[in-house]
Design a protein around this ligand. Sequence first.
Ligand code: ASN
Length: 331
Amino acid sequence: MSNKKVAIIFTGGTISMKIDPRISAAIPALSSEEIMSMVTNIDRFADIEIINFDRIPGPHMSPKKMMELSKIIKGLANRKDIDGIIVTHGTDTLEETAFLLDLNLFCEKPVVVTGAMRNGSELGYDGPSNLAAAICTAISPQAKNKGVLVVMNNEVNAASEVTKTHTLSLDTFKSLEFGPLGIVDNDEVIFYRDIVKHHHIQTDTIEENVFLIKTASGMDSTLIDFCIEKGAKGLVIEAMGRGNIPPTMVSGIKNAIDNGVIVVIVSRCPMGRVLDSYGYEGGGKTLRNLGVILGGSLNGQKARIKLMLALSITNDKDKIQEIFEKDFYTK
Ligand SMILES: NC(=O)C[C@H](N)C(=O)O
């Protein structure tokens, strides 16, 4: 029986880096061929097609580039000879790209995002083992129709749930609230649970004029008003707890909504969803009455990606509310 074929799109990140002795710091340096040469025995599992998209660090990734990536993946997914697709990525923004792809792709074939926490000059470079686990996932029939998956440290997580939790641990990608979907063990993927609620946003463009503001005690409306002045189309507020903000920020939210800016509320807590359960000034109920949208249990950076995609298809607040809240809120 012939091998399955996997396309690997290299975008950069620590998985592509080595330490430059002149500056004693990691920079992009490894070619995709050099990286693949360290993934030993892979020819027993799959034929690999390499696509060199870029060699940028995670913080250099942009929503525009994510959309380019999505387009390339759509093309690959339509090819009969490709069984699965892998994206290598800097871990700093990996969850944002993975989530954008998850929302934008309608693809039966496995799409897996991976990276590395240690660069090619460090002891215990984890790029090759993460790539090996990603390849095992990409060729697995069980990984079909699961949405975009993030595979690192032999854990399989859903792009819609996973977040980077640790600055240096190899075990940094966690689905804090619900746990991983599965594991890679003995070159095989084993799934333990599934995602029931998949959201999709069909678009080829992205609205970049969307800002993210985190709340902290005593903050006022200065940053919100600044975003409105700069012509923001959307605003994500990382609120406190269940979705509450300091009373001094309420005038900014009102100003934003009066100016047609779509405002989505998420929580700065790492787990749990927002709800309009508090009625005091700045509480979720007062924000809801002003017209904010509830972002469920998404973190700020993911809610921003979703709002950017939603705003590329409509400016209608009710439609965007439906995009965010369907399946998660009944009233
Ligand atoms: N581990 C990593 O990939 C972190 C790196 N700063 C990046 O995102 O490119």
